[in-house]
Design a protein around this ligand. Structure first.
Ligand SMILES: [Zn+2]
Length: 401
């Protein structure tokens, strides 16, 4: 099978797991012109550096690479069925026909099985897309093992997208060639996270992280079958508009950020406590937050913390959860988490309770509608659906550019 014999490398399109720091002043990301300029540069770079690498997918997923040993899940646990991603033809150690690999002898069957069963809870249409795009899952002991293995294992070795120095608890990479229209997508889940402060706590919730990474993989899978492979739903102009296009919004066609600060037809301006309530941020969210993070609950019951008095809801979102709610380039993280929440229960402890609470509170209705529609049909919401919810309506072309 030589689907990947000539994949090109595109360095700019690098979306990663609960991981990628986007430490830009939130106010800049309201500038749509700036964002569109950055994206155009990125796509052009991808084409310009489209070097053909001569990769061969049959080389290896299982085996020892750079000191890290990956085994097929079915080889380790032959009684757990053969459904994707455990779709190996045999239970042999050398069978690389399946899509789930366990990459350390220290990892437990229970946790590996959680990855398998959580992927299998994804609704059938979305799951079928992941399978058809050959999305791989790796369970690594930690980030270092992810990097060591994937930098030496084809077809991932040719892509910087599978390497990371910032991913905390998981990472998803997407490599593609606009010339051959081929792609490779893999999600890694780390048993121990790597926080920016230098600590390596246990993954707080293997299942929740699996669903989040699957959200990235799903996003990339849509991109990989789109005319413009460089644009996934989460990076499209359209999703950016649905999330946060302030200038184009009205009371009857509102982006979610417009709604958060101005209300919209039949949906009055929500209070800060309605949007953020008393949800505290997890250690992971604080680590993702960086210097902007205040580390406080916005409300205590229905009483707003005085530190937030007078701030617009989107300003609180920028400060408290820029990684997920910063708009602009951060929309991929929001998309992935909306996917995780849309698929099902995150479980306990919730790795990202603050942003999950905002989603759960119904404060991002149009973004949520969009991602749920993608999960159901693998296509964007219809104009009628957006109109009925008083959401901003992008042009059809903007979903793929
Ligand atoms: Zn992520």
């Amino acid at each position: 099978m030589n689907l990947f014999t000539s994949l090109a490398q595109t360095l700019c399109f690098n979306r990663i797991g609960i991981s990628e720091p986007s430490r830009v002043d939130g106010s800049n990301l309201r500038n749509t012109t700036l964002k569109k300029t950055l994206k155009a540069t990125c796509v052009a770079l991808g084409v310009a550096i489209g070097a053909v690498l001569g990769l061969n997918i049959s080389a290896a997923h299982a085996g020892t690479v750079n000191g890290v040993t990956c085994n097929p899940y079915r080889y380790l646990y032959p009684s757990d069925g053969t459904a994707y991603p455990n779709d190996f033809a045999t239970a042999s150690q050398t069978d690389v026909s399946g899509h789930l690999y366990v990459c350390s002898s220290t990892l437990t069957h229970t946790n590996a099985q959680t990855i398998l069963t959580r992927v299998q809870t994804i609704p059938s249409g979305a799951l079928a897309l992941l399978k058809s795009r050959s999305v791989y899952y790796f369970y690594f002991a930690n980030r270092m093992d992810n990097n060591n293995y994937l930098k030496g294992a084809a077809p991932f070795s040719g892509f910087s997208q599978f390497q990371t120095n910032t991913a905390r608890c998981g990472k998803t990479g997407y490599g593609y060639s606009t010339i051959t229209k081929s792609s490779v997508i893999a999600s890694s889940i780390f048993d121990k996270c790597s926080f920016s402060v230098g600590t390596t706590p246990p993954n707080p919730n293997i299942g929740g992280v699996t669903l989040h990474e699957s959200g990235h993989a799903f996003d990339f899978s849509i991109a990989s079958i789109s005319p413009n492979m460089a644009v996934s739903p989460s990076t499209s102009y359209a999703f950016s508009d649905v999330v946060g296009n302030v200038s184009g919004s009205t009371q009857t066609a509102a982006s979610d950020f417009y709604y958060l600060d101005s209300g919209k037809k039949n949906h009055p301006l929500p209070s800060a406590c309605q949007v953020f309530d008393s949800a505290a941020q997890s250690a992971l969210e604080l680590d993702l937050g960086g210097p902007n993070d205040l580390g406080e609950t916005v409300c205590n019951g229905n009483t707003e913390n005085p530190d937030f008095t007078g701030m617009e809801n989107t300003s609180i979102a920028y400060k408290e959860s820029f990684y997920f709610l910063g708009g602009g380039s951060s929309n991929s993280e929001l998309f992935a988490q909306l996917f995780a929440k849309g698929v099902g229960t995150i479980g306990s402890p919730d790795p990202t309770p603050f942003v999950d609470s905002v989603i759960q509170n119904g404060s991002l209705p149009c973004s949520r509608l969009t991602v749920n529609q993608y999960i159901s049909t693998q296509t964007p919401p219809t104009t009628a659906q957006l109109q009925a919810a008083y959401c901003f309506i992008p042009t059809a072309a903007d979903w793929d550019r």
